[in-house]
Ligand binder design. Sequence first.
Ligand code: HEC
Ligand code: HEC
Ligand code: HEC
Ligand code: HEC
Ligand code: HEC
Ligand code: HEC
Ligand code: HEC
Ligand code: HEC
Ligand code: HEC
Ligand code: HEC
Ligand code: HEC
Length: 401
Amino acid sequence: MRNNRLTIAKLLTFLLLACLNIFAAQVQEKEVALTELEKFYGTELKSTKKVVHPPYAWGDCTVCHADAKGEEDLIMDPPELCAMCHEAKDSKKFIHGPVAAGACTACHDPHESDNAKLLIASSINELCTACHQAKDEFLHTTTHIHPPVKDQCTNCHDPHTEDHLYQLKADGKKDLCVMCHVEKEVWINEVTDKHGALNRPRKCLECHDPHGSEHPKFLIKDTSKELCLTCHNQTLITDETGYKLQNIAKHLDKNPDWHGPILWGDCAACHNPHGSNNLRMLKKPFPRTFYESFDEDNYICFQCHDKAKIMDKNTTTATNFRNGSVNQHYVHVNKEKGRSCRACHDFHGTKEYPHHLRKKTKFGRISFPIRFIETESGGSCAPACHARRHYDKDKPIVNLK
Ligand code: HEC
Ligand code: HEC
Ligand code: HEC
Ligand code: HEC
Ligand code: HEC
Ligand code: HEC
Ligand code: HEC
Ligand code: HEC
Ligand code: HEC
Ligand code: HEC
Ligand code: HEC
């Protein structure tokens, strides 16, 4: 009973108030006259709600209704009604369903409310998910929710209208993301080895779900490996140099002895999916060429493998690639014209030989087989036209020049 909330203002005389009290039963008949008085003196609306819509607070119901009690029709329907005083909410390219339908009151109480912006729900997310029930379920059942989504949908979506698809505040495929993740924008622009994935049509959304997912970092796939192989299941060509990249899915298929991090599904253990300043977007440096002057800081491998393997000239523990105590890793790698690990190892997967030794090594434009033979306490190889060379960790072998 909205009339009850309307009390006669302080400006009315005590007498008038008394009369009104006495003739309370007749107030209804006197309605028109009363409204005239209210209009003249103004009324004070005693609302118990935290937010009162000014035109309602003014008490002049006829701003919106054909009568003073709001029992009659509205003088016009929303959104035109609201547009008398508010700017249009459908002025941009993409208009939210209920706004397009003029259903302002699906979200706002036209009179009063306990919620900011006269909203009918106590939180924005409650408001949105009352209609978007699939998102309600998503919020309650998904393991990793993107924090701004948990906070409020309007961090990214305008509730009314916007120039970007889904009423997003900026293009949702990338511009929106880097509004908050500024550091990613800087990184992506500045790195020398850029990732072509970011030029794919869905950009950030090629890999991330903007709302959240079952996987850490809101990835759209279980593991970074699965994600990478959705694109690296073909020969891709680098944007900068036109270099033909190996088809990694096919390579892994044919070479089932996978390197540790790949076994556990983590390509991102070595590669930065957003690009980097190192060869092939590696997270840490790695030599770009077959021969490279040895520098311990140039090897991403030492993130996981003990550098003594390459640093200790003589050892009986750091590596099995030794002839007696002479570290063959040191001999091959640790010098001015050192061979990078790629001369002998493949970092993704291998098949023919143990220890991720590759079948063929690429030297300039040619590939030649290394012809590795494993023995109980060592092994031998005969790359290209070189004579076979042996190593044995227990009984050192003298190789003839
Ligand atoms: C800013 C415009 C506006 C003003 C001012 C306004 N109303 Fe309303 N009122 C509406 C709209 C819009 C609806 C329809 C609500 C809906 O769609 O659910 C409405 C509906 C009503 C209803 C129907 C029941 C309900 O709450 O949904 C009553 C009763 C009512 N108003 C009373 C009043 C009274 C009394 C006043 C003056 C104190 C008043 N209104 C002032 C816009 C207004
Ligand atoms: C007679 C003029 C008038 C009409 C008609 C009107 N409003 Fe308002 N409205 C105002 C004024 C004045 C304010 C307070 C100033 C402001 O915040 O812009 C306001 C504020 C609001 C606010 C913000 C409240 C807050 O907490 O900041 C919302 C939401 C709103 N109106 C919705 C509506 C809707 C929906 C309609 C149509 C059903 C409507 N208004 C019709 C005058 C009007
Ligand atoms: C889907 C729900 C929804 C609908 C439908 C809706 N609004 Fe809103 N409106 C909101 C939310 C949420 C906010 C608060 C936005 C914020 O705080 O960022 C808001 C804010 C407002 C405001 C105050 C701030 C501003 O943006 O100007 C006004 C005025 C307003 N709405 C008017 C309207 C009018 C008029 C309509 C109908 C044409 C309408 N709204 C339809 C959800 C809605
Ligand atoms: C009153 C019900 C209602 C409320 C409340 C509501 N929506 Fe909607 N929303 C709709 C309808 C209806 C559509 C249009 C559906 C369609 O086109 O398939 C829609 C469409 C959308 C779309 C575009 C979806 C698409 O597939 O095109 C987005 C995004 C959206 N709403 C976000 C929100 C957000 C954010 C809120 C809270 C601020 C919200 N909605 C509150 C009813 C609502
Ligand atoms: C971090 C920004 C962000 C927040 C916060 C956010 N969204 Fe979205 N939303 C997006 C982006 C980006 C898209 C476009 C997705 C695409 O193109 O596949 C989208 C699309 C949608 C769509 C249409 C496609 C779909 O997934 O069904 C709906 C509906 C939607 N959002 C609702 C919501 C609701 C409800 C909330 C709050 C619980 C919310 N969003 C919070 C960024 C956001
Ligand atoms: C409104 C600001 C905002 C927008 C827009 C936004 N994010 Fe976020 N995002 C955050 C906040 C806050 C966090 C949590 C803090 C953090 O880890 O940086 C976060 C976390 C993340 C994380 C996890 C970070 C971690 O280390 O666990 C990813 C991944 C992410 N956002 C991706 C995106 C993508 C992709 C988009 C675009 C679709 C996007 N974000 C848009 C604010 C935003
Ligand atoms: C090729 C897939 C891919 C694309 C495209 C992509 N990301 Fe990521 N993103 C990932 C992966 C995988 C991780 C997890 C990295 C890890 O575990 O080290 C990640 C992590 C993140 C993180 C968490 C912090 C970090 O760097 O580890 C943020 C924030 C993020 N991404 C934002 C973005 C934004 C913003 C975009 C678009 C500009 C984007 N991502 C594009 C795959 C991608
Ligand atoms: C959406 C498709 C897509 C996804 C997903 C994807 N990539 Fe790529 N990637 C590309 C394309 C296209 C190129 C070639 C263009 C370029 O980067 O120059 C490329 C290039 C590369 C390169 C060579 C970059 C260079 O220029 O040297 C590496 C390394 C790479 N990706 C690793 C990964 C890893 C690791 C993942 C998973 C975290 C991944 N990619 C996920 C599309 C993708
Ligand atoms: C242990 C670290 C490591 C892991 C894990 C790893 N990579 Fe690599 N990746 C490298 C190194 C080192 C290179 C540079 C190889 C070279 O130039 O000889 C490389 C090169 C590449 C290339 C360029 C190949 C070419 O043709 O030159 C692509 C594409 C690539 N990786 C994708 C992936 C994908 C996809 C995964 C996950 C299935 C993955 N990498 C996991 C270390 C790793
Ligand atoms: C000249 C060829 C060659 C080069 C270059 C090479 N390795 Fe090896 N590596 C081997 C051989 C052969 C074995 C097998 C030793 C055995 O168990 O008999 C091996 C074994 C390994 C092992 C297994 C543990 C061990 O040491 O026995 C790791 C790890 C390893 N190498 C890492 C590296 C890293 C990192 C680089 C580059 C910094 C590198 N290798 C360079 C030939 C090479
Ligand atoms: C993120 C950690 C990580 C990084 C970085 C890494 N590895 Fe490994 N590597 C492993 C794990 C775990 C194993 C054991 C499982 C296996 O045999 O693949 C392993 C095993 C190996 C083996 C075989 C050991 C054996 O006895 O069979 C070789 C060779 C090897 N790595 C070489 C390299 C080279 C060369 C690099 C640098 C390009 C590198 N690794 C970088 C984690 C890593």
